[in-house]
Design a protein around this ligand. Sequence first.
Ligand SMILES: COc1cccc(COC(=O)c2cn[nH]c2)c1
Length: 244
Amino acid sequence: MRIDVITIFPEYLAPLELSLIGKARKDGLIDVHLHNLRDYTHDRHRTVDDTPVGGGAGMVMKPEPWAEAFANVLASGKGESDDGSASPLVIFPNPAGEPFTQRAAEQRAEEPWLIFACGRYEGIDERVYEYLADQGVRVALSSLGDYVLNGGEVAVLAMTEAIVRLVPGVVGNPESIVEESHTSGLLEYPLYTKPARWTSPDGVQRDVPEVLLSGHHARIQKWRRERSLERTAERRPDLLEGRE
Ligand SMILES: COc1cccc(COC(=O)c2cn[nH]c2)c1
């Protein structure tokens, strides 16, 4: 998988060099390229934003630098993505986007080439989205949640982690990416490890639920399912709507 990120703060994406992602890059499983949007400006101040037409507070990102940046990334990526013909999916983290869910992460993990475009300020001139669509580029606006960040970079780090960990070979034990919250459509059951009895600093003796020590797998599985349903009903009843 090839990942390009266009941003005015490339240093924000430095964590992509680390750990899981860093290893996947070394193993050649993913290939990450960062692009500074300001490299596609031509004025002394490397201007990427301007005041909103029609008035209003804040600033809007100008269309020209984005068009130049995409032209460059689309051209450079064509040769290098897994198969030369791969057409990229462009993802704009955006509070006005569609919810980014585990299902979306699974879908994105199938893509040979992702381009993340990090908005800042109040947002990006709408004509950039229209221009890309007119070029036949697939565009998705993805929201991590109903809150506003100062820019898309943090959202790209989160989405990249959720997506790349699903790419075969990235996570050592494929089993460990199966049993997790939201994979079953429910929240994960309570987890325990040794010791079976833990005396916490307040002097309370806290035992692991007996059933988990029974070695009776059917009972354990039943207990876990019940706990998942219980806490999903408690914390995320919305996930239970529309389930049989
Ligand atoms: C496209 O323009 C902008 C402008 C400002 C911030 C951002 C970054 O996205 C978010 O803030 C976000 C994403 N999911 N939940 C919040 C994009």
